[in-house]
Structures are given as C-alpha cells and as structure tokens.
Write a protein of this length. Structure first.
Length: 127
C-alpha cells in the first residue's frame, strides 16, 4: 500500500511515540507499505515556521524522514493536472496539492483533516 502523509501527520508521527500505536501509525510503520513524503509538507512547515505559526526545525524533519525511510515526492505534471480538477471544499492550498498528489500517485492520504474525505481520494484518518 502507498501512503502519502499530510503535514499534520508528519509532525504527529515525528513527535509522539504513541502515534505508532494507532491504526494509522501501524500502517506507517509497516515495512510492506511505501510511505511518501511530499516536498509540499516540508514547504508548508517552512512557510509556517517563518511566519511564527509553527515551531519546526526543517533540517531535523528532513533527517528524521530519511531515517524512517520515507520516499521523497516532488511536484510533477500529473500532480498539477489532478490539482486542476479538484473542487474547493476548503481553502488550504497545501492540502489541495497533497490530495492531488495522492490521487495521481494512487496513494491513500493519511491525515487528521476531516475535510479530506470530501475529495475523491482514499483517506486514512490519523488520531
């Protein structure tokens, strides 16, 4: 199974040991699953850190993601094509692009955002 992590799940996963005991956590930890980490998450964290909405050391997150063996995902043409088709259920541009990436990559979107279920993508809730 392919999993694409939302930014909120990446932060949750990296910061809380109990995250690994949840259903979503077990899927992320399962070596049979490919966990995708989008540059969009790192971009969102950097933007929010710069404006004071988030305290995150981006270098540390990149290092931890590499240690976890997550597959890095850039922004490709197919992602932008999928993004162009998405309805506007909410206004978060980072979530829109992540959802489009999950669709184009045939990956389940692992998120804590309840609005994600309104989009045409498989959603795995993390709590």
């Amino acid at each position: 199974m392919r999993l694409l992590l939302d930014t909120n799940v990446l932060i949750w996963w990296m910061g809380q040991d109990q995250a690994r005991d949840s259903a979503a956590g077990r899927l992320i930890a399962d070596p049979d699953n490919e966990v995708l980490l989008s540059v969009v998450c790192l971009w969102e964290m950097t933007v929010k850190s710069r404006v004071g909405k988030l305290k995150a050391a981006i270098d540390r997150m990149i290092h931890l993601a590499e240690q976890e063996g997550f597959t890095r995902l850039g922004i490709e043409d197919a992602h932008l094509r999928a993004l162009a088709t998405l309805p506007f259920h909410h206004r978060d541009p980072f979530d829109h692009l992540l959802i489009a990436q999950a669709m184009a990559e045939d990956a389940a979107f692992v998120t804590r955002d309840k609005m994600a279920a309104r989009y045409p993508v498989e959603v795995i809730g993390a709590s």
